[in-house]
Design a protein around this ligand. Structure first.
Ligand SMILES: Cc1ncc(COP(=O)(O)O)c(C=O)c1O
Length: 305
């Protein structure tokens, strides 16, 4: 049984975000602190994994094989889940062997690693990529990069209910939209599916436009057979995935000291900075209420220190 029999359903607090630029614009933001659900299986990762683990169970698999980079939050959460719930994990890594805090953790959690080089990793979308790995690990169920696809998105749908249950605690009857960082767009797609057009979902892209996030979201939403959807993507990548610059770092530092909410530069920092830029540009009317999802990723911050 990969999916824990206790049906572990983590709960994240919803907290008001007090920042000067929001106050000036008359906009209220509440943060869904997915970074706080668990010390190791943190952020959106558990939600993106849940349906994959259920599918693996149904198929009779004994463990999971997946892919990611040397700072991957996804592999980190997967390896931690394997250790916690007692199933084997294998990670296929981008590039050549290197030591990073994340890689050291993966090994400590007992994940078996294979380094694919850069060309080998690029082949991950090709037909037949998984065949040799499935021959080598017939008992393991393959999960796509980042825990993506329709199962990944489906696992994120309960985030809507998690927020609804806590709205009255903020004194809110409703909200006007969601704001979150996107890598593959899976988490955003799950919210779009849960909302079915009721509230808009705004995604701040941590990767440039040419990474095909819009297409991936479109194909998940189509596969889900959704009649209505309402979402919008903004390029928040600042020139590339993992590119950081002094204004971004200064913004993170100021925001952390003003709000006491920890951020990292690749996803949550970029997403909040893009929200500020949109607020400053008058994108939202006074009185707008938004839910910002803190998607975690704080473990990856160690690689930047
Ligand atoms: C911290 C963090 N935030 C956001 C994302 C993006 O999530 P998604 O791939 O579902 O768009 C990721 C990566 O998957 C992440 O690690």
């Amino acid at each position: 049984m990969l999916f824990p029999s206790c049906h572990w359903l983590p709960q994240a607090p919803l907290e008001p975000l007090h920042l000067d630029w929001l106050k000036t614009a008359g906009i209220e933001v509440a943060v869904l602190r997915l970074d706080q659900i668990d010390p190791l299986i943190s952020g959106n990762k558990w939600f993106k994994l849940v349906e994959h683990l259920k599918a693996a169970d149904l198929s009779g698999a004994k463990g999971i094989i997946s892919l990611g980079g040397a700072h991957s939050n996804h592999l980190h959460a997967l390896a931690a889940a394997g250790k916690r719930f007692g199933f084997p994990t294998v990670g296929l890594l981008r590039g050549h062997p290197q030591d990073t805090p994340t890689v050291n953790d993966l090994q400590a959690f007992g994940m078996q690693l294979h380094w694919l080089g850069y060309g080998g990793y690029r082949a991950r979308h090709e037909a037949g990529f998984w065949e040799p790995w499935q021959a080598q690990y017939p008992q393991l169920y393959p999960v796509p990069e980042g825990g993506g696809g329709l199962p990944g998105a489906t696992g994120c749908m309960p985030l809507k209910a998690m927020v609804h249950e806590q709205l009255s605690g903020l004194g809110w009857a409703d909200y006007d939209g969601w704001w979150l960082a996107c890598g593959t767009g899976t988490t955003l797609a799950g919210l779009v599916m849960a909302e079915a057009g009721e509230h808009p979902v705004y995604g701040a892209l941590a990767v440039p436009d040419d990474h095909g996030v819009a297409q991936q979201v479109g194909s998940i939403v189509q596969a889900a057979g959704l009649q209505r959807s309402d979402y919008q993507l903004f390029d928040a990548s600042r020139g590339g995935f993992a590119k950081v610059d002094p204004p971004l770092l200064a913004f993170i530092e100021q925001t952390e000291s003003a709000s006491r909410i920890p951020l990292e530069p690749l996803y949550t920092g970029k997403a909040l900075l893009m929200l500020k830029q949109q607020v400053d540009a008058g994108r939202f009317e006074q009185g707008t209420r938004l839910i910002f999802i803190h998607t975690g990723g704080l473990q990856g911050r160690r690689g930047f220190q």
